[in-house]
Design a binder for this molecule. Structure first.
Ligand SMILES: C[S@@+](CC[C@H](N)C(=O)[O-])C[C@H]1O[C@@H](n2cnc3c(N)ncnc32)[C@H](O)[C@@H]1O
Length: 278
């Protein structure tokens, strides 16, 4: 089969515009078959070998079932860095880049600080902060050993100096050295929202998506309790939050007498980022 014939099979097989189909086809060609997509235009009758054909057809089948392309190619670009991802971690989101941006903006003064990324998943938040600001002494933490394995892979691939610990937010954790900054994008969907999430999100790990039933703010409460023990005076917490529960979130902060609070909208105009100063 030629490269142009398979391009046409993608156009027929996906319920997307031709441009979108071509975009996906080119990614699979490049990432999984090591074929330069320019060949479609320059050499449209190029014969694909059997391996490439199998990979391209198998990927098309997966994509047509809404399986995320990032898991197929095991890669997601976040803040300019390529992170390895598979079904054991959440695929990093663009709004989380804005959370990273906020931490970096506030700490552009080259002062050495200790930061912990709670619920680190792929490690995208902590590793990016460490890459962008060498003065940040960063620790990644997650309860999932599989996620920590992926953090380690990304730490090595991206030549980062982050440390890693297994940490369950449901346990009482006391660090030997306190942190100056906590940053976290914890599981924040309510299981009641499960039917509203996109088809492709259904392939992501439940442990990364959902808070316990009827406790949408469970992990935020745990993060504040963690901060009360492990955060230095005048430290900050940077969080991604679920805009749906903003009133309850404000109540939670009041319950802990936390009043120095700043919200930021994400690029979709939703109140999704917050900084709490102690
Ligand atoms: C929404 S994902 C965030 C991943 C990553 N920080 C990001 O922004 O892409 C939440 C992460 O929380 C972790 N997690 C779930 N329950 C936890 C717990 N009890 N303690 C610590 N981490 C937990 C999951 O394993 C998952 O990696």
């Amino acid at each position: 089969m030629t490269i142009i014939e398979l391009r046409n099979i993608y156009r027929k097989g996906l319920k997307l515009s031709n441009n979108e189909c071509d975009f996906i086809y080119k990614i699979i060609l490049k990432e999984l078959c090591s074929i330069d997509p320019i060949k479609i235009a320059l050499d449209p009758y190029h014969l694909l070998n059997q391996d490439s054909q199998n990979i391209l057809i198998e990927s098309l089948n997966q994509i047509s079932k809404n399986y995320p392309i990032d898991y197929i190619i095991n890669k997601k670009n976040f803040y300019g860095y390529d992170f390895y991802v598979d079904e054991n971690v959440l695929i990093p989101r663009p709004e989380t880049e804005e959370l990273v941006q906020w931490v970096l903006e506030d700490n552009a003064n080259n002062k050495s600080k200790k930061l912990i990324d709670l619920c680190s998943g792929s490690g995208c938040i902590g590793i990016t902060i460490n890459k962008e600001n060498k003065y940040m002494d960063v620790t990644l933490s997650d309860v999932s050993e599989k996620a920590l394995d992926i953090c380690n892979k990304n730490r090595i691939n991206l030549k980062s100096s982050v440390k890693m610990i297994k940490l369950d937010l449901n346990s009482n954790f006391i660090s030997q050295n306190k942190y100056d900054i906590i940053v976290s994008n914890p599981p924040y969907l309510s299981p009641k929202e499960a039917n509203k999430i996109g088809e492709n999100v259904k392939f992501e790990p439940e442990i990364a998506l959902f808070a316990p039933i009827n406790k949408p703010l469970h992990f935020y409460k745990k993060i504040i309790e963690f901060a009360l023990i492990n955060l230095n005076k005048k430290g900050q917490i940077y969080l991604e939050i679920n805009p749906v529960f903003i009133e309850d979130f404000n109540q939670l902060l009041s319950d802990f007498n936390l009043n120095d609070v700043n919200f930021r909208d994400d690029f979709r105009g939703k109140k999704r980022l917050v900084k709490v100063s102690f």
